[in-house]
Design a protein around this ligand. Structure first.
Ligand code: SF4
Length: 297
């Protein structure tokens, strides 16, 4: 970093990265995104950004995470009236878990109509947003506009607008299994012997996550924990087994199911989202069902 210009360029890149990752970024994320940045320069730039009050510092799983401060919002709310400031501060405090309207009302002491007006005004200024809770369809919580809702609110990668994406989960399930299967097939007749071959057929969740990310089948960013959830379903289904490496990391490998699943277990109706609408007459019937036809073939 020879001059001010390159320092400013780096600052801008880091700030842009932080904007794209509202949950926060770590040193590692920055070095991956800006590989040319030296470790000593990274420390200098981060210290300056922290001094300028650009970031909030968090401890995320043992490593430091930098989260962009809601400065812009603070500026925008400066000229607002007192009610808006009070409501904004309560919502800001709630972070990405959000706050329920009833709690805002109790804590702000505002009347119903007044509060609705304030919330609408803040929403129209794009300072806050209302987010539906995945576990209570009628419950909405408010959080700052630029925050990504916590998993307990959004349901994580498996939910889209409160709906469980069963098809997406099914595709991921098959792709994860495919990856493990391919790895197992590759080292089937390992010349170095069956024990080494067996060890090499294990894959970590991070490897599977990289494979899924490279496939580009997911619009949402899948975390390693998401992939672990899918891999665990493969273990429960008897399609994979898990083990723990000496360093403590959990690994997975595809296995041949010892007993084929009995036919009745494979009936598509068990996981069919239309099962409640399916009957002998009407639009959805077993006679016209393609899943059923495929299963019977
Ligand atoms: S018959 Fe087809 S549509 Fe009806 S419940 Fe079974 S899988 Fe679903």
């Amino acid at each position: 970093m020879s001059d001010n210009k390159s320092e400013n360029d780096i600052k801008e890149k880091i700030l842009n990265l932080a904007k794209k990752n509202p949950k926060g970024i770590t040193d590692k994320d920055i070095t991956v995104a800006i590989p040319e940045l030296k470790a000593s320069d990274l420390v200098i730039v981060l210290n300056k950004l922290l001094q300028q009050g650009c970031f909030d510092l968090y401890n995320q799983g043992g490593s430091l995470s930098y989260r962009l401060k809601t400065q812009v919002n603070k500026q925008a709310v400066k000229g607002a009236d007192n009610e808006e400031k009070v409501v904004f501060n309560l919502i800001e405090e709630a972070d990405n878990k959000g706050i329920w309207i009833r709690d805002i009302r109790v804590r702000s002491n505002l009347a119903n109509t007044q509060l609705t007006k304030v919330l609408k005004s803040l929403e129209s200024k794009k300072l806050i947003k209302a987010v539906k809770c995945v576990n209570a369809s009628k419950k909405k919580v408010y959080m700052l506009y630029n925050l990504e809702p916590d998993r307990s609110i959004s349901g994580g990668a498996w939910y889209q607008d409160q709906d469980f994406e069963s098809e997406f989960v099914d595709i991921l399930n098959r792709q994860c299994h495919r990856f493990l299967q391919q790895r197992a097939d590759k080292i089937k007749n390992n010349p170095r012997g069956p024990i080494i071959g067996r060890t090499q057929s294990y894959a970590t969740a991070a490897e599977v996550q990289k494979y899924i990310t490279d496939l580009g089948i997911s619009n949402v960013k899948l975390e390693v924990e998401d992939v672990i959830t899918i891999l665990n379903t493969l273990v429960y289904d008897g399609k994979a087994e898990s083990s723990v490496y000496p360093d403590g990391s959990k690994v997975y490998r595809a296995i041949e199911s010892l007993i084929p699943a009995p036919g009745i277990v494979q009936v598509p109706c068990g996981i069919c989202p239309l099962v409640l609408k399916c009957c002998s007459t009407g639009l959805v019937t077993p006679q016209s069902c393609t899943y059923m036809t495929e299963w019977l073939e």
